[in-house]
Design a protein around this ligand. Structure first.
Ligand code: SF4
Length: 348
């Protein structure tokens, strides 16, 4: 039997039951694939259900405001994904009359859609014979064919692309891609691959040579940069001072308590007091530390402390800064650990 037959036979018996597999709607596949980038399947399921209930079609999503979209994305992280998805569906409505294009090259021109996502959408929704190569596929093929090239390098990616195209069937390319996704998620997992139960074990060079645990080859990961921050929970008449983050950069457009970056952690109180004056035009006494979190992003790590602050004077607020009370419900998308604090204070 060929590699694809063995893989597909296994897939038809063992496919995961996932909410976005109920039909072959390109928009739904798009949403699920974007949510699944950097996020575990189990974590995505609930977000996906809520998202599809609120935005069942790309036209409905295209009409929504960015703030509402960010709210529905809140907690998934990497918010540029949500912004790009919104820009993408708007482009489909404006340029293609609301009809998703069906070829991978056109799909790949949409904002935030890379080669992998375009391949997944085109193959699953439209049976296009195109690979969807992500970390899972790079790992599986590195092991199957004992590839010793670094999988972050273009040359190795091209080699894997070539091998996937060679083995991809003509009649059900979408199933083949999904079978690889499932194999990578449940059998050929990053550590301790379950070779004993693998449908491709008899074809796997890595397994035959007992080097599967050493593959794929990748460069040593850099530690994320540690940044110390102090945030003020500035209270005035039952309202807290909050600000919208800049339109560009990390957590762009999300809301947070006024925050300053610390050059020296031991001067947190003084730096926060100064920051409130200089950056926000507000005077407050800085009291005790109420919360402390370590929050890791892909390239940086926040060590952030939240201090209770009592407002006593201040000038007019700058644009993007406002007072927020718990009686307003839950109106804002929050940035990272600020969401936990907002929840604890009844602001989210
Ligand atoms: S035999 Fe092992 S290493 Fe090879 S593809 Fe299967 S799970 Fe991966």
């Amino acid at each position: 039997m060929t590699l694809s037959t063995q893989l597909l036979n296994w897939y038809y018996e063992n496919a995961r039951d996932l909410p976005w597999r109920k039909d072959k709607d390109a928009y739904k596949i798009w949403v699920s694939e974007i949510m699944l980038q950097q996020t575990r399947v189990e974590a995505v399921k609930d977000y996906y259900q809520r998202w599809i209930e609120r935005f069942p079609t790309l036209e409905v999503l295209a009409e929504a405001s960015e703030q509402e979209v960010l709210k529905y994305w809140q907690g998934l992280g990497y918010y540029t994904r949500a912004r790009n998805l919104l820009a993408g569906v708007r482009e489909v409505c404006a340029t293609y009359g609301g009809e998703m294009p069906n070829d991978e090259r056109t799909i790949q021109r949409l904002p935030g859609v890379g080669e992998y996502t375009a391949g997944a959408i085109a193959s699953i929704a439209y049976d296009r014979r195109t690979p969807a190569i992500d970390g899972n596929v790079l790992r599986i093929f590195s092991r199957l064919f004992c590839l010793d090239g670094d999988i972050t390098k273009q040359a190795t990616k091209r080699e894997v692309d070539h091998l996937v195209r060679q083995h991809m069937p003509y009649n059900c390319p979408g199933d083949f891609n999904q079978a690889l996704m499932d194999l990578g998620a449940t059998v050929c997992i990053p550590r301790n691959p379950r070779c004993q139960m693998c449908p491709l074990a008899n074809l796997c060079e890595g397994y035959a040579r007992e080097v599967q645990d050493t593959l794929p080859v990748r460069p040593v990961k850099k530690e994320p940069l540690l940044i110390h921050l102090a945030a003020g929970l500035v209270l005035r008449d039952g309202q807290y001072l909050v600000r919208r983050r800049p339109e560009r950069g990390l957590l762009a457009g999300m809301w947070e308590f006024p925050t300053v970056e610390l050059t020296e952690k031991r001067f947190a109180v003084e730096s926060l007091k100064e920051g409130l004056q200089n950056e926000f035009g507000q005077e407050a006494t800085v009291g005790k530390r109420e919360f402390h979190y370590i929050h890791t992003f892909s390239h940086r790590k926040w060590d952030i402390s939240f201090y209770h602050c009592q407002w006593f004077a201040g000038s007019e607020l700058l644009e993007g800064v406002r007072w927020l009370s718990s009686t307003e419900g839950n109106p804002l998308p929050w940035a990272g650990p600020h969401h936990k604090v907002a929840l604890a204070l009844g602001l989210a």
